[in-house]
Design a protein around this ligand. Structure first.
Ligand code: UDP
Length: 240
């Protein structure tokens, strides 16, 4: 049984660890539990409050998990027990490892051709059964061809790295045509996995300041992160 906590109208899975999230919400004895996982951070909660389409997508996900200390903190306060922050890139890597035991077929979509090919290579060496991969630079007109390729590959786990909200919108469409599959939006995960982009140093991660590191190395994120202040205000005034 998974415990879900409502934060700003979004029901988010409260788990003490990544493995527990995988065991309760993603894998079962037959393989995968079909659906879609979305990482939720304060920016997305604010976006959902302002835009009913974003809210509809979050509510259509089978698994919303807390990828942001602002969200896991509120959940821990509400439940009275520690709720782990689950970084999307760590969840994806663990899921890839766990897929090996059951030989679950995996499809990788998104990022540049070079990055997705390197990701495929690295996962294959580890023993992951990658049945197809494709870069994320295609037009709206080509989208149906991409979906057809995913469906005919027979993949049961599809990870999609197109950035938000495009990856969630893509998954929403693809899920209708592959209802037995588990989908996960992974943002810049392949870039980090292949070493083409660096994650924050350990000190920033351990002190929950990964967002500050990303802001200093990519100042254009300031606008997105201003929603963090709005989120804190809403939390303090009991509105999330
Ligand atoms: N990307 C893509 N197609 C596009 C735009 C972006 O495949 O048309 C990829 C990009 O190469 C990167 C990922 O999407 O690997 C987005 O990463 P970002 O860090 O912006 O995602 P976030 O997690 O911040 O939404």
């Amino acid at each position: 049984m998974t415990n879900k906590v409502n934060v700003g109208g979004v029901n988010i899975v409260a788990c003490p660890s990544i493995n527990e999230l995988i065991d309760t919400s993603i894998l079962n004895s037959d393989g995968v539990i079909p659906g879609m996982a979305i990482a939720v951070n304060p920016e997305k909660i604010i976006a959902a409050k302002n835009d009913p389409n974003v809210m509809a997508i979050l509510q259509s996900a089978t698994v919303c998990y807390p990828d942001g200390v602002g969200v896991s903190y509120v959940m821990s306060k509400r439940t009275g027990s520690k709720v782990a922050r689950i970084p999307g890139c760590e969840l994806w890597e663990r899921l890839m490892e766990r897929s090996i035991e059951k030989n679950i077929p995996v499809y990788l979509l998104g990022a540049t051709q070079n990055t997705v090919a390197q990701t495929h290579e690295k996962l294959s060496v580890l023993g992951v059964n990658v049945v197809g991969f494709k870069n994320g630079y295609f037009t709206k007109e080509q989208q149906q061809l991409v979906i057809d390729e995913i469906v005919s590959s027979g993949a049961k786990i599809v990870s999609v790295a197109l950035g938000s909200p495009r990856q969630e919108l893509f998954i929403f469409e693809c899920m209708k045509q592959a209802p037995q599959t588990f989908f996960m939006g992974v943002g810049g995960t392949y870039d980090v996995f292949t070493g083409n982009v660096k994650r924050a140093p350990k000190l920033f991660r351990a002190t929950n300041l990964e967002w500050l590191y990303r802001l200093s190395s990519q100042p254009s994120r300031l606008f997105r992160q201003s929603n963090l202040l709005k989120y804190i205000y809403l939390y303090l005034t009991n509105k999330v």
